[in-house]
Design a protein around this ligand. Structure first.
Ligand SMILES: Cc1ncc(C[n+]2csc(CCOP(=O)(O)OP(=O)(O)O)c2C)c(N)n1
Ligand SMILES: [Mg+2]
Length: 467
């Protein structure tokens, strides 16, 4: 199979780059077929030659850097911070004179309901954890606009990588309440069959890669996926062009993977939107302790990536920025774009955290009162005359009803068959796995009082080599 892929890629390329010494054949062939698109459009072929007697330095990485005779170190403190793009202020008043909403009233209400759904589901599931009904949960309170607003600017074909606090992206893309609940309760309809912690959602139909716990792994994966999308589009230009979007917290940006991802995306010109939710905290570590310098946006500039900082509590600013970023990411064969969305993590990090051990209640209360993304859009809609108290009550009641219905249905379902513990790594059970499964069965038969096997689909009878 590998040989076949390699051969077909080679045959598409007439103008190959020279084979790098020691490069595995399949990589060399992939590079050959993509070399042209990577360098031909925007970037001159790399060269380290220095023109004689030039008054600037032409070494790659400091392109056209003028020679200077003043001994001066650049100081971050003398550079103004990047500004924060905003369309609507905390009072719901439009501050960008060029802003024209590009959505119908119904579409705006849909986005508002998506944010409400996220928020109401969060409250119910946090309480469900406190009642011992689920084992873990992560709330996105205060950050609903970052997720819903950005997702609303994507195409359904785009490929999405999440961190874990972006349930609003899933809601906006059409992930059903039942799908959230099946994963949270790890019942037999959970596609991960209970092997992941709660909130580790994924959806093949919605092009959302399954969330994974180790921080920042999604960043290089997204850069790689974007590279693949770029190649796919070159091979089939009639298919709609697609971007990858990668969500991550500012804390995850301290991982090495962040830097690797940005650099490979910049140099290979991958159509990927890096979307940073800067919510002020990485668990108990505030941004003041996390980094110096002008935040995450400034780092992307250092990698040569087009960047914007936005007010993450303004859904319109987030939507406008993501719409534009998507366009830019697809221009000239592709390039990465960075969005740093400034917001605030209103809730505890997770159900395992008590944030008042490291921040003051008054800080949280002030954010809640002063700047809530849901209230901001509500004020804008009320000023426009498309929302009122009655609509608010009706929306909240119906969403709450729907969440509770999905909740109780999912909670009643059986857990996945115990047999599934042994499946999905190998196509067929190996002899070792068969022995382990038989051991588990005999253990359960020996101690029937100790285990409630009936809560699993098929009870202990699923533990047989012939299902
Ligand atoms: C590689 C790795 N290191 C540490 C952790 C533990 N951890 C989980 S979430 C988190 C904080 C991440 O903060 P941020 O990226 O800002 O996202 P936020 O929780 O604020 O949304 C940490 C340190 C982890 N999951 N993976
Ligand atoms: Mg954070």
């Amino acid at each position: 199979m590998k040989n076949r892929i390699a051969t077909s890629l080679v045959s598409t390329s007439k103008r190959c780059a020279p084979r790098q010494h020691g490069t595995p054949a399949i990589l060399a062939h992939t590079c050959r077929s993509t070399y042209q698109s990577c360098y031909s459009s925007t970037v001159a072929p790399p060269s380290v030659s220095q023109p004689p007697n030039a008054d600037y330095l032409a070494f790659p990485g400091a392109a056209k850097s003028a020679f200077s005779h003043s001994l001066k170190f650049e100081q971050p403190s003398t550079h103004p911070a990047l500004s924060t793009y905003r369309v609507v202020d905390q009072n719901g008043v439009v501050v960008d004179p060029n802003f024209k909403p590009d959505l119908s009233d119904e579409e705006v209400v849909k986005l508002y309901r998506d944010m409400l759904t996220t928020s109401i589901m969060d409250i119910i599931m946090f309480d469900a954890h406190r009642q011992g009904r689920i084992s873990f949960y992560m709330v996105a309170a205060g950050e609903e606009a970052t997720s819903v607003g950005s997702a609303s600017a994507l195409a359904k074909e785009d490929v999405v990588f999440l961190q874990y606090r972006e349930q609003g992206v899933l809601v906006q893309r059409g992930f059903k309440l039942a799908e959230f609940m099946n994963q949270l309760f790890a019942n037999k309809y959970d596609p991960g069959r209970g092997r992941n912690m709660p909130v580790h959602y994924g959806s093949r139909e919605l092009n959302v890669h399954t969330i994974s716990s180790p921080l920042a792994t999604q960043l290089p994966q997204a850069a790689g996926a974007a590279y693949a999308l770029k190649i796919q589009h070159r091979q089939n230009p009639s298919a709609p062009p697609r971007v990858a979007i990668c969500y991550f917290g500012e804390g995850a940006a301290s991982e090495g993977d962040f830097h690797a991802a940005l650099n490979i995306a910049a140099t290979r010109e991958c159509p990927v939107i890096f979307f940073c939710r800067n919510n002020g905290y990485a668990i108990s570590t505030s941004t003041q302790e996390q980094y110096r310098g002008d935040g995450i946006a400034a780092r992307a500039l250092g990698y040569g990536i087009d960047t914007i900082r936005v007010d993450g509590n303004d859904i319109w600013a987030v939507r406008e920025a993501t719409k534009k970023a998507r366009e830019m990411a697809l221009q000239d064969g592709g390039k990465p774009v960075m969005i740093e969305a400034m917001t605030y993590r209103v809730s505890h990090h997770s159900t395992s955290d008590d944030s008042f051990a490291y921040r003051k209640k008054v800080e949280v209360e002030e954010w809640k009162r002063r700047d809530n993304p849901i209230i901001r859009l509500r004020k804008w809609m009320e000023a426009k005359g498309i929302w009122d108290e009655d609509k608010e009550r009706e929306a909240r009641e119906s969403i709450r009803r729907d969440v509770l219905k999905a909740f109780s249905e999912a909670e009643r379902e059986k857990k996945p068959a115990m047999r599934s513990m042994f499946e999905d790594v190998y196509e067929d059970l190996t002899p070792d796995l068969k022995v382990q499964m038989a051991e588990l069965r005999s253990h359960l038969e020996r101690y029937p009082e100790e285990y409630d096997v009936d809560e699993f689909e098929g009870g202990k009878d699923s533990l047989t080599s012939q299902p």
